[in-house]
Design a protein around this ligand. Structure first.
Ligand code: RIB
Length: 297
């Protein structure tokens, strides 16, 4: 059995509106369609790990009124024993998806912002064979979560999405893996130039594997002074929501299953390419059989 991943991550209720364009200031716009479902960068990444064949224990929090969301995770194969239920509203996201498949997301943190670090500590104590703690930036207590993993000699993978100012003050040098998109890389490095970002990561995070996802421009991985680029695959884009989360989940599980960086990039890029060809977040995350068929034909 492969080792496990604990994901300390958000659980959101996504309200998704297809619109001809993003609503402009002062404008009132009719949506073309509406759907409600489970989302959140944390939940999406847990589902991606499970669908890629991994064992993932999700630690997080949601409202007692949204037990159905927990059931969606269970059905996807995510272990949910350390998801707490509270009286607060669940985190939620208002998502507009325009005619190009791009999205604009308004977040309300809700229960994701009061997760008890003790739940994570308990998960670490009671789960054997944990290789990674994965976290994003939609829950409170990121610093405590990283420190708890390091204390327990668990490797940390961090996807600082959505980016916030306090990320720079975290102990990034101690991360095993950092996965950022272009905007997150710019915010961390202070430069819009990809080569500057690469130099920043080589010198400032020499012991960390850094992956920059660049959408249609593919991805770049920086690890121990080595820099590798991986191209994207051209597909018909229907909805980009959750594609980054699909990439993160697939990439990390590929590492856990023993693949090298390049193979992990190939699998994660292919899974993300498939994810943008369908509507929704969790709904669009492919399983490993589809990804393998996509790669090998
Ligand atoms: O990355 C996509 C996710 O971002 C959505 O599911 C939404 O909940 C926000 O967290």
């Amino acid at each position: 059995m492969t080792k496990k991943i604990i994901n300390y991550g958000s659980i959101n209720i996504d309200y998704v509106y297809r619109t001809p364009h993003f609503v402009r200031p002062g404008e009132t716009l009719h949506a073309e369609s509406f759907t409600k479902g489970l989302g959140g960068k944390g939940a999406n990444q847990s589902v991606a790990i499970a669908r890629s064949g991994g064992h993932v224990v999700h630690v997080g929090q949601l409202s007692t009124l949204d037990r159905w969301a927990r059931d969606v995770l269970v059905n996807a194969g995510v272990l949910v024993d350390f998801i707490d239920e509270v009286d607060d509203a669940s985190g939620h996201a208002i998502i507009q998806v325009d005619s190009d498949g791009e999205n604009a997301i308004l977040l309300h943190g809700g229960a994701n912002q009061s997760v008890d670090i003790k739940s994570l500590e308990k998960a670490m104590e009671e789960t054997d064979d944990v290789e990674y703690l994965l976290l994003q930036n939609e829950c409170n207590n990121s610093e405590l979560a990283i420190n708890a993993a390091l204390t327990n000699k668990i490797k940390v993978a961090f996807n600082p999405a959505p980016m916030s100012q306090d990320v720079a003050s975290l102990n990034l040098e101690q991360l095993d893996t950092l996965i950022v998109n272009e905007l997150e890389a710019q915010a961390l490095t202070g430069s819009r130039n990809i080569n500057d970002s690469i130099s920043f990561f080589v010198t400032r995070l020499p012991a960390t594997r850094v992956v920059m996802t660049l959408g249609a421009k593919g991805s770049i991985l920086v690890n121990g002074g080595n820099v590798v680029e991986f191209p994207s695959t051209s597909v018909d884009v229907i909805d980009t929501t959750g594609a980054g989360d699909t990439f993160v989940g697939y990439f990390l599980q590929s590492l856990v299953s023993g693949l090298d960086d390049m193979s992990a990039l190939e699998i994660a890029s292919s899974a993300a390419a498939l994810a943008v060809t369908e509507r929704g977040a969790i709904n669009a995350i492919p399983n490993i059989e589809r990804v393998t068929e996509f790669i090998h034909g």
